[in-house]
Design a protein around this ligand. Structure first.
Ligand code: DGL
Length: 275
């Protein structure tokens, strides 16, 4: 039986990734779930992020999905590996869960001439060390400098991404990043919310530094994955439909979704406790 591709995030941020996936692969059906009732995940412990993410991944499988994308850096950093190694074997050999970190770390070094890259992310993603560890597998010797930007998600979620407050925090975190690594010539937005701050970040970036967002990278990688895995691709339904679920109030989700996804959506409320 064919089924939609599941796309998961702690809240709205994954919609920036889904937007690029749909642009690249409009033919597939998608179910998006934002765990808004329990977001943000960025400051939560490893165990909490793992349990929340696993619960949501299991829900996708109950909906019939064979392939789930964790369009959330924090969930990819703290839960993906355990789910892939410990949980999936018991759930079903035909089920797949992919994250956003691997596709990015596979190519980031190709953009750098200086050999130094910067990662901007949540506290949780930075503390997990996932980026330095994964990048080292593909680009040994590449210097990786990280900066946690805990104020950026609340700024975006409160529609303050174009404000003077946003200028202050963007400048503060970029200064701190470039104090650590002066030669950085590539900066990655390793959090799904940060593309909303892209213009502000570009204003304050040193000249010549490249800024990478993950949406397009993840979309290209998914397209390639489906090409290489016809056994998974053939299980994905293709009617161009998108359905959106949130674990919190739908009105709030729908209002924010327009900003993150670029088009109006009508979400459905999901009560995970009643599942
Ligand atoms: N989606 C999260 C990420 O990409 C950011 C929001 C949160 O902290 O839950 O890391």
């Amino acid at each position: 039986m064919q089924s939609p591709i599941g796309v998961f995030d702690s809240g709205y941020g994954g919609l920036t990734v889904l937007k690029e996936i749909v642009n690249k692969l409009p033919q597939y059906d998608y179910i998006y779930l934002g765990d808004n009732a329990r977001s943000p995940y960025g400051n939560r412990s490893f165990d909490t992020v793992y349990h929340y993410t696993l619960e949501c991944v299991q829900w996708f499988f109950q909906q019939g999905c064979s392939l789930v994308i964790l369009a959330c850096n924090t969930a990819s950093a703290k839960a993906l590996r355990t789910i892939q190694q410990n949980d999936l074997p018991g759930i079903g050999t035909d089920k797949r869960v992919l994250g956003v970190i691997r596709p990015t770390t596979e190519i980031i070094g190709n953009f750098s001439e200086s050999g130094s890259v910067g990662i901007l992310a949540t506290n949780g993603t930075v503390a997990s060390q996932s980026y330095p560890v994964e990048i080292d597998k593909f680009f040994p010797g590449l210097k990786v400098y990280q900066e946690a930007c805990p104020m950026w998600v609340p700024l975006v979620e409160n529609n303050e991404y174009d404000s003077h407050g946003a200028d202050y925090f963007v400048k503060k975190n970029l200064h701190s990043l470039f104090d650590k690594g002066e030669n950085i010539d590539v900066v990655l937005l390793a959090c799904t919310h940060y593309p909303l701050l892209k213009e502000k970040i570009e204003e304050h970036l040193p000249v010549g530094v490249k800024l990478l967002s993950q949406g397009e990278i993840v979309a290209d990688s998914l397209s390639e994955y489906l090409r290489r895995h016809p056994e998974i691709e053939s299980q994905c339904s293709k009617n161009g439909r998108k359905v959106f679920y949130t674990t919190d109030a739908t009105e709030d989700f729908d209002n924010h979704a327009t900003t993150f996804f670029g088009e109006a959506v009508q979400s459905i409320h999901l009560d995970l406790d009643s599942q």
